[in-house]
Write a protein that binds this ligand. Structure first.
Ligand SMILES: [Zn+2]
Length: 475
């Protein structure tokens, strides 16, 4: 799927400077903020890019997208963010990110380690040792890392013990997220429980974090082969009946297909499909090792996939040889980007993941026409929003949508000289490190590249102490 050729439009001289495709001025509420840029990449269906333009925000929503001069004249009292030289994009969607477990021991797990050692020598003991305070600090730090790289919406990939503390950390930073309390009913694993217990906790989370909030509940299982058929079926049904998503891990490596084949005689997606688990409400994390039938099943069931390319490369999971994500996308599959964990890809940067994934797809196909930089940005924005079924509220800069907006600083050498296609330059030459301002639901959460809502410096000593405790006693 090649993103449709974009069109650069100068809104000056148009009807009140408001581009028709980007949306007319809405009237709901007072415009309190105007986000200004040299280029505004809307990611609307027409691929409109506006020059010397701005996004006007009323309350939590986008009220207008158009010429800066016109919007400024119309709303002289509004605060202006951005000096008019930057590149404005929608906020980025990270469809798979662990906010606890790895953050406080980020990049500490060695590269040269067997996956079982990584899990049982590191992940499990460190996860088990997390206190509520660790979880909240970890989620706070993870959310700071995300928003400062332009990520405004995160699908939390699973937190075990203290989801309320994780939610508190996310809310303090002001990021949008889905969250669930990880569960599995396999035997001989820590935090295990019966299917009833796991489902009870999931349902309680959905009650505590209803849809529509900044942090909303999703059914979140570990997945792999750590769920009984009964749990998988009822968890999927719970998500369906509540109208929320369900996410779980499957087949990042060859272990899951081998395990399902042994237990059920079928490969994972074939088995889960026959159980009735799959559907548009399902976001599969990874799904790297799929055979032809599973790829067909994934497309027919309209499941979404969160692809975390840096994690596969960091963990040596055979992505380059075995991935089907390019075919999934080309055949209309809802693909999103994820950054996984800070010991599996490490950088919480969706743009970096997008450039890598698109590069891998192009190279695997030996074809420069299959996907391009615009597809990478689409995966990070509208594509991610579609994958998590939020395209009606986020993913593009259009009137009425939530005001999740990013401004990239273009003064640096990676943007000098400015390319004729700002998206190509953003994707191939830059990444989240050029993010200067971020708004989530109309709230200014990153300014001049720093988190405005939580002071990272004030947390630094505590972060170091908690990291030492976890490493000294459990790492
Ligand atoms: Zn994961």
């Amino acid at each position: 799927m090649v993103w449709q050729p974009f069109e650069v439009t100068s809104p000056a001289g148009g009807e009140r400077g408001i581009d028709e495709r980007a949306g007319k001025a809405a009237t709901a509420g007072r415009v309190h903020t105007i986000v200004r840029g040299a280029d505004v990449v809307t990611m609307n269906d027409a691929g409109t890019v506006l020059h010397d333009a701005a996004v006007a925000i009323a309350g939590e929503r986008i009220a207008a997208v158009g010429a800066y001069a016109d919007l400024r004249a119309e709303h002289p009292e509004a605060v202006v963010i951005g000096d008019g030289t930057g590149l404005v994009t929608p906020g980025y969607v990270n469809a798979h990110q662990h906010l606890t477990g790895d953050r406080l021991i980020a990049s500490c797990i060695p590269d040269a380690i067997d996956s079982q050692d990584a899990i049982f020598g590191w992940a499990v003991p460190v996860h088990s040792a997390h206190t509520g305070d660790d979880d909240e600090l970890s989620a706070t730090l993870g959310a700071i890392a995300a928003v400062t790289n332009g990520i405004t919406c995160t699908v939390e990939a699973g937190t075990v013990a203290h989801p309320d503390r994780v939610a508190a950390g996310i809310r303090a930073v002001g990021m949008r997220a889905t969250l669930g309390q990880w569960g599995w009913d396999a035997e001989g694993v820590p935090f295990g429980g019966t299917a009833d217990e796991v489902l009870g906790r999931q349902a309680a989370q959905l009650d505590a974090m209803p849809a529509g909030g900044l942090v909303e509940g999703w059914v979140t299982l570990v997945g792999h082969d750590l769920m009984s058929d009964d749990l998988a079926v009822r968890a999927s049904e719970l998500a369906r009946s509540r109208g929320v998503g369900i996410t779980f891990h499957i087949s990042p490596h060859t272990g899951d297909p081998a395990s399902y084949l042994q237990r059920t005689g079928r490969r994972p997606l074939v088995h889960l499909d026959e159980l009735g688990v799959l559907g548009p409400h399902v976001l599969l994390a990874h799904a790297v090792h799929l055979d032809d039938t599973e790829l067909d099943v994934a497309l027919a069931a309209d499941v979404a996939i969160a692809s975390c390319p840096w994690a596969y490369l960091r963990l040596a999971q055979g992505f380059l040889r075995h991935q089907r994500h390019g075919e999934f996308l080309a055949r209309g599959g809802r693909l999103a980007l994820g950054c996984d964990a800070e010991n599996a890809g490490d950088a919480v940067d969706v743009l970096r993941a997008g450039a890598l994934l698109v590069g891998v797809i192009r190279d695997s196909a030996s074809d420069p026409f299959v996907v391009n930089a615009h597809d990478a940005l689409a995966l990070a924005t509208v594509g991610g929003a579609r994958a998590i079924r939020k395209a009606d509220v986020i993913g593009s800069l259009e009137v009425g949508k939530q005001a999740d907006v990013v401004v990239h600083d273009t003064a640096g050498p990676q943007f000098t000289p400015r390319a004729t296609d700002p998206v190509r330059q953003l994707v191939w030459a830059s990444d989240g490190r050029s993010v200067r301002h971020v708004l989530v639901a109309g709230r200014h959460v990153v300014g001049d590249g720093r988190c405005l809502t939580v002071d990272l410096e004030a947390l630094r000593d505590e972060i170091t102490q908690r990291q030492r405790r976890l490493l000294d006693t459990h790492g």
